[in-house]
Design a protein around this ligand. Structure first.
Ligand SMILES: Cc1cc2nc3c(=O)[nH]c(=O)nc-3n(C[C@H](O)[C@H](O)[C@H](O)COP(=O)(O)OP(=O)(O)OC[C@H]3O[C@@H](n4cnc5c(N)ncnc54)[C@H](O)[C@@H]3O)c2cc1C
Ligand code: FES
Length: 273
């Protein structure tokens, strides 16, 4: 009799380093026990022994296979425990799962990215991928919003991108301090300041549901076609494998059919925001 592999069995990862990004957000650098490959935008299920399991999207480059980063916002029980972890801690990982960003469809295009808060985690992984393929792209514009300057994550990433040909960043905060010299207002205000050639562009949106909703509406007003707006959707998940039904979004399972969808695919499903 052949033995069936246990699809729920995690592999081990060791926490190498913790980077404090903001008062509520930390990046965890993990060393996997075996080579770990994922596509940008796919997610993993991370297990903390005796505590629980939750979905996260790696925030590092998919080209690096001996380490990966997960950026976690303190939201409740498990993420609070994660924020207390010290280097050397052992966790479990299942995955990668789902459907990530179809980056091959971004070739020869302008990419306009709208992100907010911890939504920049999957986007950072996407940006590393886009940096790697920049010769095949026209332009990448990143619009990012956080509550305050202190809440803005990955600060060095912005200067790195601004120093690169074809990349441009715009940042805004809801509440500025006396040192802030960039935009003030919700993330969507940044869309008033971008110039984009709509005949050859795609948009990517990832952030809190309210930003996803109003960002998408604004992109539609600007003239982006529904099938060229890519949304990274979050639903409560359990199996991550299209089996338990926890993550249903109308006719879709977010874990299996997403988490990346085009607006056109999900716009008629109930309660998408
Ligand atoms: C595909 C996917 C990728 C994700 N990637 C990341 C990531 O890279 N970084 C990150 O910080 N978070 C990410 N999340 C959200 C993360 O899974 C939740 O914040 C986490 O499960 C909360 O666990 P908890 O035990 O700390 O909170 P709980 O005690 O379970 O809940 C605390 C609060 O968080 C809300 N919450 C719980 N689960 C989710 C969820 N899945 N989505 C949104 N809100 C939730 C609850 O409604 C509640 O209000 C992702 C979620 C999905 C579905
Ligand atoms: S999480 Fe179980 S079906 Fe999606």
């Amino acid at each position: 009799m052949t033995k069936t592999a246990n699809i729920y069995k995690p592999f081990k990862v060791t926490l190498e380093k913790v980077i404090e990004e903001s008062p509520l957000i930390k990046t965890f650098v993990f060393v996997p026990e075996k080579e770990f490959r994922f596509q940008t935008g796919e997610f993993i299920e991370l297990t903390l022994d005796g505590i629980g399991e939750a979905p996260f999207t790696p925030s590092s480059s998919p080209l690096v296979t001996d380490r990966f980063d997960v950026t976690v916002m303190k939201a409740g029980y498990m993420t609070e425990k994660m924020h207390r972890l010290q280097p050397g801690a052992i966790l479990g990982v299942r995955g990668p799962y789902g459907r990530g960003y179809p980056v091959e469809q971004f070739i020869d295009k302008e990419i306009l990215i709208l992100s907010g808060g911890c939504g920049l985690a999957p986007i950072r992984s996407l940006l590393y991928t886009l940096i790697d393929m920049k010769d095949k792209l026209r332009k990448v514009t990143l619009c990012y919003g956080s509550k305050t300057p202190e809440d803005c994550v990955y600060k060095p990433l912005f200067s790195q991108l601004d120093s690169m040909d074809k990349f441009e960043t715009l940042r805004t905060v809801d509440y500025a301090d006396k040192y802030w010299e960039e935009h003030v207002g919700v993330a969507t205000v940044l869309l008033d300041h971008v110039k984009v050639d709509l005949s050859n562009a795609v948009a990517v949106v990832c952030g809190p549901p309210v930003m996803m909703k109003f960002g998408t509406m604004k992109l539609l007003e600007m003239g982006f076609p529904e099938h060229l707006i890519y949304l990274s959707m979050e639903k409560n998940m359990s199996c991550g494998l299209g089996k338990c039904g926890h993550c249903m979004l109308g006719k879709y399972f977010v874990c299996r059919d997403g988490p990346v969808f085009t607006y056109d695919e999900i716009k008629d499903q109930p309660d998408i925001w």
